[in-house]
Design a protein around this ligand. Structure first.
Ligand SMILES: [Zn+2]
Length: 472
């Protein structure tokens, strides 16, 4: 066997297999058989060894094998802002995220996105859903990481660089540049790397997409048979703009423009009303929830309990400044247990650890229309899985494994990561990327990007600490 190359026939043996199958079985002393990029059998070790005597055996003693985490909403390139906007007030989206994304060059976006992929692998993630700008220019660097990817050009026809000055101005030529970049991205990447890389259609958000833009994107989704994603009700400014322009809520506005359907994943829902939640639920729209990031700058007002009660499929993401899905699991669980509707007033234990883990595995697969081949360890599914080192102080003692992973999991418990039958990391060693150079290149790209942003937009305040870094 060659590390980092597709395995033909592999039996992962002596593992605690956390299947996330329909019965949520955990098989102690279990084995997983993998042929090419698929799981072909799961069962007790003794039985599996007898059944597959010719398979190459990977000893996973002391390890749990579980489905890889699916990060259902992230922007890897925004690691360029790590350690800055988390601690600043004001509009981070149009004040920093959008301007720096335009100021960066392709090779800088690529370098920072690769750091994101590296962090994702080290954090036990096997899938990333990445809506951002200029994908065609940098996503090749992500594909090389071996991760399973859903890429989308985050389209808008409002001049997003003017919004920080309080101006909403729509410009069809500006929107057409996004549409052209969408086509380039789809033609370059959709279905590539043996189907490991997929594309989506993305509307950035209701306030920055006119009805014309939403219609163009729907035509693209139909033409290329792609699923859709959008940010929804994420800021007071978005609510105000849609109310002023259309006298609607953002959810109603999406409904008016044929953007509510079971192929749509909408991120955040922060300011959704009861009626919005019921509207979204009735159309089968999925919610991408990024609890750690959404709460970093103050309490996140989203009504997760109400949304769960409405029967919405909630998936987890990291959004910005980190790719560590353990933060989403743990912080999501903590902040919503006190806010899960009337049933738990005064505190509670909803959602359960299993439900929280489902949001990072099975639900993510469902939101992408891929419940048949992703999200659990079952025969017929893709071999996207991770090994958890159980002999770690942060996980011991173990009575309820899922509870320990959700409440106390962290990147250091992940020892191996496999995507599409290929090890991306094995026994702590990343096989698809040179870590040292990825980290050095991302640091260099970050400082260069901030420098260019500052030169292009002198009204944007540099965060504390950066001035001295730039001067070095
Ligand atoms: Zn986002």
């Amino acid at each position: 066997m060659i590390n980092g190359e597709p395995q033909n026939m592999l039996l992962i043996n002596n593992a605690t297999v956390l299947t996330m199958n329909q019965k949520r079985d955990i098989i102690t002393d279990g084995a997983v058989a993998i042929e090419e990029n698929k799981i072909t059998a799961v069962g007790p070790s003794a039985e599996m060894i007898a059944r597959f005597p010719d398979m190459e055996v990977v000893d996973a003693k002391g390890k749990a094998v579980m489905p890889g985490l699916m990060n259902s909403h992230t922007h890897t390139v925004l690691l360029v802002l790590r350690g800055t906007v988390e601690d600043m007030t004001g509009d981070a989206i149009f004040g920093y995220m959008t301007p720096i994304s335009f100021a960066m060059k392709d090779d800088e976006r690529r370098a920072v996105a690769r750091l994101g992929c590296l962090e994702a692998i080290r954090s036990g993630t096997t899938s990333l859903v990445e809506p951002f700008r200029f994908l065609a220019g940098y996503a090749g660097g992500m594909v090389e990481s071996g991760l399973r990817l859903w890429l989308s050009e985050n389209c808008a026809d409002a001049l997003t660089l003017k919004i920080r000055h309080g101006v909403y101005e729509y410009d069809r030529a500006f929107g057409e540049e996004f549409l052209e970049r969408t086509i380039s991205m789809v033609e370059m990447f959709h279905g590539s790397a043996n189907g490991r890389v997929q594309c989506q259609i993305s509307a950035h958000a209701p306030d920055v997409c006119s009805p014309w833009m939403l219609e163009q994107l729907n035509l693209f989704a139909e033409r290329y048979k792609l699923t859709r994603t959008v940010h929804l009700a994420q800021s007071p400014g978005e609510i105000k703009q849609i109310r002023d322009a259309y006298n609607r809520t953002p959810a109603e506005y999406l409904g008016d423009n044929d953007w509510l359907a079971p192929d749509v994943v909408a991120a955040h829902w922060t300011y959704c009303t009861d009626a919005d939640i019921d509207l979204l639920a009735s159309h089968g729209v999925h919610m991408a929830h990024c609890p750690a990031n959404s709460s970093r700058r103050g309490p996140h007002k989203v009504r997760a309990g109400r949304i769960l009660d409405a029967g919405v499929n909630i998936v987890l993401g990291t959004d910005n400044m980190t790719e560590d899905m353990f933060q989403a699991l743990k912080i999501g669980s903590i902040i919503h247990r006190g806010a899960c509707g009337g049933k738990n007033e005064g505190g509670g234990v909803t959602p359960s650890p299993v439900a929280t883990l489902e949001a990072a595995t099975l639900n993510g697969a469902r939101a992408l229309g891929r419940e048949d081949d992703l999200g659990s360890i079952e025969p017929g599914k893709k071999a996207d899985l991770i090994f958890i080192d159980l002999n770690q102080a942060s996980l011991q003692p173990i009575i309820n494994l899922v509870s320990n992973i959700v409440h106390y999991g962290n990147p250091s418990i992940v020892s191996s990561v496999m995507v599409d039958g290929r090890f991306l990391m094995r026994e702590g060693e990343v096989l698809t990327m040179d870590e040292e150079s990825v980290i050095a290149e991302a640091q260099e790209a970050t400082l260069a990007s901030w420098q260019r942003l500052h030169e292009a937009s002198s009204d944007i305040e540099l965060p504390p600490g950066l001035v001295s870094n730039l001067a070095r």
